[in-house]
Design a protein around this ligand. Structure first.
Ligand SMILES: NC(=O)c1ccc[n+]([C@@H]2O[C@H](COP(=O)([O-])OP(=O)(O)OC[C@H]3O[C@@H](n4cnc5c(N)ncnc54)[C@H](OP(=O)(O)O)[C@@H]3O)[C@@H](O)[C@H]2O)c1
Length: 257
């Protein structure tokens, strides 16, 4: 199949393109770097010609409230319209577990807007909601840092390896549309403050993580289970300790979402 990966140069996208090709598919990485811009529509008609599936693993370059909403709304509308014109039969998109519980944040309001546009379109779809990536732990610390102190609540979190996310997205992209939402998560739960403490210690980062039940996560006050997936979530295999003990094969990853 021809499978177009929007955001194919990103963390998940680049792993996904590799996996789809290993499985014998014609995977096309599409992003501004390769002349395809979902915000403006540039290059989309050409990229989607003959495609059976489109996977959207793009992300907004800005997380400012209005900018991120404009990114996910405009690019999703454009994508769905170009897909309808090209006869694409499956739209796959990556979202975040618990988005509807994180609506104090403009980023998650934008992810819900993206999901709703997909659910309301005529294109058969699969939505995959993943928990936070291991590669994102330093990004959480950076966002919550004041001086040398990182303040975080002890809420539960069930993070997963980016490789496991890409595997899950790939399996779904190669299958039939589920016309619904699939949740994926990591094999273990942690307390958010403890996870970040361990992640920073493994990098010999001198910042101190202070446990504060009222500290906010991207502007959101978390309750115990805000970030954890439902019981029927599909779980990745890679454990956080295993990831920490591997040489850093991924480029430094500090995006907050
Ligand atoms: N981080 C987490 O813990 C987490 C958890 C669950 C779900 N997610 C979701 O996972 C998705 C992918 O995240 P990621 O970390 O892999 O992203 P990333 O590494 O930041 O990559 C973003 C990608 O989006 C592309 N892009 C930016 N503007 C574009 C535009 N106008 N048109 C087309 N493509 C554009 C970029 O292309 P260029 O390289 O050409 O600029 C890049 O390929 C996001 O939707 C996010 O919400 C993240």
């Amino acid at each position: 199949m021809k499978i177009v990966v929007i955001g194919g140069s990103g963390l998940i996208g680049s792993k996904l393109v590799r996996k789809l090709r290993e499985n014998g598919h014609e995977a096309v990485a599409a992003s501004p770097n390769s002349g395809v811009n979902t915000l403006t529509g540039e290059g989309l008609a050409e990229a989607l010609k003959g495609a059976s599936v489109v996977v959207d693993v793009s992300n907004s370059p800005s997380w400012e409230d209005a900018a991120v909403m404009k990114f996910f709304e405009t690019s999703t509308r454009n994508l769905l319209a170009y897909e309808a014109a090209a006869g694409v039969g499956h739209h796959v998109a990556l979202s975040v577990v618990g988005s509807e519980r994180l609506l104090e944040s403009g980023y998650f309001r934008a992810k819900i807007a993206q999901e709703n546009l997909i659910k309301g379109s005529s294109i058969p779809y699969s939505l995959i909601r993943a928990t936070q990536f291991f590669e994102f732990v330093k990004g959480i610390a950076d966002f919550s840092t004041d001086g040398n102190i990182v303040r975080l609540p002890p809420a539960l979190i069930q993070p997963m390896a980016a490789d496991d996310v890409a595997n899950a997205v790939g399996r779904i992209a190669m299958g039939s549309p589920v016309n619904g939402t699939v949740e994926v998560g990591g094999p273990e739960q942690f307390r958010l403050d403890e996870l970040v403490r361990r992640g920073l210690a493994a990098r010999k980062d001198p910042r101190e993580v202070v446990t504060d039940p009222h500290a906010r996560y991207y502007g959101v006050e978390l309750s115990e289970r805000t970030l954890v997936p439902a019981d029927d979530a599909r779980l990745g295999e890679t454990r956080f300790e295993t990831r920490l003990s591997q040489p850093r094969s991924n480029p430094e990853y500090t995006n907050p979402h």
